[in-house]
Design a protein around this ligand. Structure first.
Ligand code: GRF
Length: 186
């Protein structure tokens, strides 16, 4: 199975996926393409692993350019810390084959503006008792697609947006490979 991963940032989730494939935790799959919408360390990780990688600077024609480089034999598109919003036509075209990881317990703390530290600040401000991460299908509604896997942890009084970010990352490393296996029926 061929996976295309889209990144905008440090790409630790991409790294986790690559490591899971290497260790056999994710089976019968390979990351055959990594696409970034900006210069980022995620792209470097792809280069280090000799994986085909493409930079498409974000802008008006991003989604159509994306469609041109993603080959028809792609089985799964994984958004791993990808920060551009994909056009509805693109989401429709790849419906059921695009998944995203979100650093909170959707449907709470999702939607426009809810990314990165904004999410963790909002969770602290709302005095939530728990937070977590969610892997879900991507549809044209931001963070609205069906949930594939979710895991929570308790938020304590001492937690800050920074500590939450770290805890959420660890949950992500746990559930992302599982969700990918689940997707492939492994
Ligand atoms: C993750 O927390 C993910 O949920 C969010 O962006 C972060 C990406 O981190 N969408 P990394 O680039 O995988 O380290």
């Amino acid at each position: 199975k061929n996976i295309t991963v889209l990144v905008s940032g440090s790409g630790t989730n991409l790294q986790r996926i690559l490591d899971s494939i290497e260790s056999g935790e994710i089976q019968n799959a390979q990351v055959s393409l990594v696409i970034a919408d900006r210069e980022c360390y995620g792209l470097e990780r792809a280069k280090k692993h000799h994986i085909k990688n493409i930079l498409i600077p974000r802008g008006k024609n991003f989604s159509s350019q994306l469609n041109e480089v993603i080959s028809e034999n792609t089985d799964l598109i994984v958004l791993a810390g990808f920060l551009s919003i994909l056009k509805p036509e693109f989401c429709e075209n790849w419906k059921g084959k695009i998944i995203n990881i979100h650093p909170a317990l959707l449907p709470k703390f999702g939607g426009k503006g809810m990314w990165g530290m904004n999410v963790h600040r909002a969770v602290i401000e709302a005095k939530e008792k728990e937070s977590g991460a969610t892997v879900h299908f991507v549809t044209s509604g931001i963070d609205e697609g069906d949930i594939i896997l979710q895991k929570s942890f308790d938020v304590t009084e001492n937690d800050t947006p920074e500590t939450l970010a770290e805890k959420v990352h660890h949950i992500e490393y746990e559930i992302f490979p599982k969700a990918i296996n689940q997707f492939f029926g492994n």
